[in-house]
Design a protein around this ligand. Structure first.
Ligand code: ZN
Length: 281
């Protein structure tokens, strides 16, 4: 507990909002600044030191200043050793206020307002595949600990860009009015990412017990399925983009010459899914 008195004017906290974002808004609402408030608290002796920026004391002080519940600022800061980045919330969700927070369960689309969650927040209202993909991401991918910017999602983005032909992207652009490429291939990105978190696919596709042809065949079939709805899909080009990662995982799964298994360097985040299959079978 602290002896901090609440500020006279309140602002609501948004789900996932970061303490710095909230502090800035609360201070502005009270016609002052975060540093002036924190300086005053120290000089008045209400707190001797606020400690680290995201330390427990500082979080509690800002909860007390804004009369917030203990659940405020409690979002996970990392998932599966991947940092949950602070990013801007959908401007329509925040009624035009600039708010930053951590949303580990959210991909790249506000499903309520059909906005692409990037700096310019273009509307994807006419790109139904993108918000359907977002629902799938939240249901199937986020719960397995894969964040929107995790290595699996980045590899999947490269593969989607390679696998969807330019004329298909252009046709989608014309229909939807969306200029950025990324939302136009989000459906395929999510489908490929899902494939890369499925133990029954990445298990055999990275199994040291299979030869390279068998491993490639597993991946090829999975890619063809992920891109099945794309006219003229270039599954081979998409596959090439993930091949480095899958080959690396295969190497990691080979027992080392000294007989020890070192499974720590899961830089792609795929190994844990591959090993889940190895354990289950
Ligand atoms: Zn929104």
């Amino acid at each position: 507990m602290t002896t901090v008195q609440p500020l006279p004017l309140r602002v609501r906290v948004f789900a996932g909002e970061d303490v710095d974002s909230y502090a800035r808004r609360l201070a502005a609402r009270n016609y002052t600044t975060v540093s002036d408030i924190e300086h005053a608290l120290k000089s008045e002796g209400a707190v001797s030191s606020l400690g680290p920026k995201r330390g427990r004391l500082r979080l509690q002080v800002w909860r007390d200043l804004g009369v917030l519940s203990p659940h405020a600022f409690a979002s996970a800061v990392s998932v599966e050793r991947h940092p949950v980045r602070v990013r801007k919330l959908c401007l329509l969700c925040t009624h035009g206020e600039v708010v930053y927070g951590r949303m580990p369960q959210v991909g790249l689309v506000c499903v309520k307002h059909h906005r692409w969650l990037s700096t310019s927040e273009p509307s994807v209202m006419h790109l139904e595949a993108a918000w359907r993909a977002e629902r799938f991401f939240r249901r199937k991918i986020a719960p397995s600990g894969v964040l929107y910017d995790a290595p699996i999602m980045q590899i999947a983005l490269h593969a989607a860009v390679a696998g969807v032909p330019g004329d298909v992207v252009e046709a989608r652009r014309q229909v939807s009015g969306v200029e950025e490429v990324h939302p136009l291939v989000y459906a395929e990105q999510v489908a490929i990412a899902r494939m890369l978190c499925r133990p029954d696919i990445v298990g055999p596709a990275t199994s040291p017990e299979f030869d390279i042809h068998e491993r490639h065949e597993v991946a090829r079939v999975a890619f063809d399925a992920a891109l099945a709805d794309v006219r003229g899909a270039r599954g081979w080009a998409a596959h090439r983009e993930v091949d480095t990662a899958l080959s690396r995982i295969t190497e990691l799964r080979r027992p080392y010459r000294d007989g020890t298994d070192t499974y720590e360097q899961d830089e792609y985040g795929i190994l844990r899914f591959a090993l889940a299959h190895a354990t289950a079978s």
